[in-house]
Design a protein around this ligand. Structure first.
Ligand code: DC
Length: 239
């Protein structure tokens, strides 16, 4: 049996705690594709704002975010995010960035810059012969790659998502208050879905999958099947 390879863009959107990152990254590995975590880009520019001592709500925050030099790596086995050349992968997952990122990602000019960067990364991957890329975020199917041949929107109840987020934090050594985590998940949902510029919502042609009762393996299998059904997976014959 030869290796499988994805063609084109597979957009994975949805709120946090739906298993998006785990599934998108693993799928990219299985399908020998690149992987782009757009949330890490919003998080990195938010870290730049905090490091500059700016309030995320102050209008100057957008200027700092626009000036921030970020680089994102697309290898699903070793995704990376650099701010001014420094590896900030761990710091951007901390509480300070997590509570501020919705405010920074609501600035239209910040979104425009990052969407442009995301599109150029996608174009570069697609330009590499028969290239494929799994892109995860909130607006991939609606704004970043509206012509993607497969768009998946993952959902799960707020309670399930808060429990998952708490588990991730605990494993990363961060302290966890379950009630506060649930409140934070709900608050971020409201901010992400309620913002004027590219609010979080499924694209009209997205396949919605509720992951509340599904484990990662089941979600992965479903996405893999969908990609195959759409003719996006090519099997490379050895020899
Ligand atoms: O997926 P994540 O939790 O790392 O995303 C962090 C934040 O970035 C999230 O609150 C919303 C924002 N985001 C966005 O607005 N658009 C994207 N494409 C990805 C993330």
């Amino acid at each position: 049996m030869g290796a499988e390879r994805l063609h084109g863009v597979l957009a994975v959107d949805g709120p946090s705690g739906t298993g998006k990152s785990t599934v998108a990254r693993r799928l990219a590995r299985e399908l020998n594709a690149a992987y782009l975590d757009t949330g890490s880009m919003y998080r990195a520019v938010t870290l730049a704002v905090l490091r500059a001592g700016r309030s995320p709500e102050a209008p100057e925050a957008a200027d700092v975010a626009l000036d921030a030099s970020i680089e994102v790596g697309t290898d699903p086995s070793a995704p990376s995010i650099l701010l001014g050349g420094e590896d900030v992968a761990e710091e951007i997952r901390g509480e300070a960035v997590t509570t501020s990122v919705s405010a920074v990602s609501a600035y239209p000019q910040v979104r425009r810059r990052l969407v442009e960067l995301q599109r150029s990364i996608i174009a570069e991957q697609l330009g590499k012969g028969p290239g494929g890329i799994v892109v995860e975020g909130r607006d991939i199917g609606t704004v970043v790659a509206p012509s993607a041949p497969l768009k998946v929107y993952l959902t799960a109840s707020a309670e399930v998502r808060a429990t998952r987020r708490g588990g991730q934090d605990r494993r990363a050594g961060r302290s966890v208050d379950p009630d506060a985590t649930l409140l934070a998940v709900r608050r971020r949902d409201e901010l992400d879905s309620g913002r004027a510029e590219s609010p979080l919502r499924p694209a009209k042609d997205a396949v919605t999958l509720d992951t509340s009762k599904l484990d990662v393996t089941a979600v992965l299998a479903r996405l893999h099947d969908l990609a195959s059904e759409r003719g996006l997976v090519e099997r490379e014959v050895a020899g």
